[in-house]
Design a protein around this ligand. Structure first.
Ligand code: OGA
Length: 359
């Protein structure tokens, strides 16, 4: 599969300021023309019987101490958990899923109007493509900055498409409410006041939503929908397809499939929280596999600090005797730029470059 690269030039970073990714063909179009590429054989051990923890959001929001402890263990031992009873109306979830499905069904020429530029991370296409020799993930995506609302870059939004904007805005508001409650709990668990992390991250969490479309593949063992990576976020809220599983996470050297619980969200700790917690909470490797018979849609809501904020282990998590500082401080935008300059390749593409010692 040939990916065109403008020869080694230096690129202007676009409006989002986060980095670039080379233009690539639409995977949906490749499937349509039936020319499939070689890919990795998925052969590693998959621990099918394990399940990630389940957190009841309604208990958490009511300050239930047992649930807060469950959250602590989920973040420490797994870095991933389901969130049930989050209070978002089913109708809102259905609306966003339908809007995303309909967007990806548009003709390619139509979707191309929202294509990401090479020096942007927003828009329709793929990110983390840094070399013409890189094997592509078996997926297409549209990534949009959603909050604060002045960060919206409407040239990438399919505004003429009925319902997309309204469904995205409604969904974005609901995710923000859940994220604020989770962030307040993480603060308390790190020995801070409820608004501690909010202050350290430069105010309200920022938000971007990435809608993924994973086409079918007749040889799902030869491709990956999403290469192994950890998220460079504070944390991420993922709405999975209820019927088509695909997400797998690394746990004790095995890949654990995250079986969808209808209408729930999957939350994972991102690199910024791993760093701020001085390694108590883990930003875990994840990947998405492909289905032979059914396409899959997922919607990832990324929550992250302000670009200008310096991220480092919080004072309450450092103890020179027992828990020395494990990561160096770094301005968040520098962290993200470093991340976008690499392809997605496990943990190495993120927290490794701020690590001070091996734990
Ligand atoms: C992502 C991601 C997993 C999935 O969008 O960054 O990891 O299951 N998605 O789609």
């Amino acid at each position: 599969m040939e990916v065109r690269v403008e020869n080694g030039g230096s690129y202007e970073v676009g409006k989002s300021g986060w980095g670039k990714s080379l233009p690539v063909p639409s995977i949906q179009e490749i499937v349509r023309s039936d020319s499939q590429s070689e890919g990795p054989i998925i052969s590693e051990y998959v621990a099918d019987s394990l399940e990630i923890p389940v957190i009841d959001f309604s208990f958490l929001a009511n300050g239930d101490e047992d649930e807060v402890q469950k959250l602590h263990l989920a973040c420490k031992d797994w870095g991933f958990f389901h969130v049930i009873n989050h209070g978002v109306k089913e109708q809102i979830l259905e609306k966003i899923k339908a809007a995303v499905a309909a967007f990806f069904e548009l003709p390619f020429q139509e979707k191309k109007k929202y294509a990401k530029a090479e020096n942007e991370t927003e828009g329709y296409g793929q990110n983390f493509v840094v070399s013409e020799h890189q094997k592509l993930d078996w997926s297409d995506m549209i990534y949009l900055l959603t909050l604060p609302s002045q960060n919206r870059n409407f040239k990438f939004w399919p505004l003429s498409f009925p319902g997309f904007k309204e469904a995205s805005e409604e969904y974005s508001r609901e995710m923000q409410k859940i994220a604020e409650e989770l962030q307040a709990n993480f603060s308390v668990l790190m020995g801070l006041k409820r608004d501690g992390l909010k202050r350290l991250q430069g105010g309200e969490l920022k938000q971007g939503i990435r809608k993924n479309y994973y086409p079918i593949c007749s040889r799902p063992d030869l491709v990956l929908g999403c290469s192994p990576h950890s998220d460079g976020t504070s944390f991420t809220l993922l709405l999975q397809d209820d019927d088509v599983p695909g997400l797998q996470i690394k746990h004790n050297e095995a890949w654990v499939p995250v079986k969808p619980i209808p209408n729930s969200l999957v939350v994972n700790i991102g690199d910024a929280t791993e760093i701020q917690s001085n390694g108590m909470y883990k930003s875990i490797e994840q990947r998405a596999i492909i289905n032979e018979k059914k396409p899959r849609i997922s919607i990832a809501t990324f929550m992250f600090p302000d670009d200008e904020q310096e991220i480092g282990p919080v004072e309450t998590m450092i103890d020179d005797q027992n828990h020395p500082k494990l990561y160096r401080n770094i301005k968040y935008v520098d962290y993200v730029r470093e991340m976008f300059s690499r392809k997605m390749e496990g943990k190495a593409h993120s927290t490794q470059f701020t690590k001070l010692h091996d734990k």
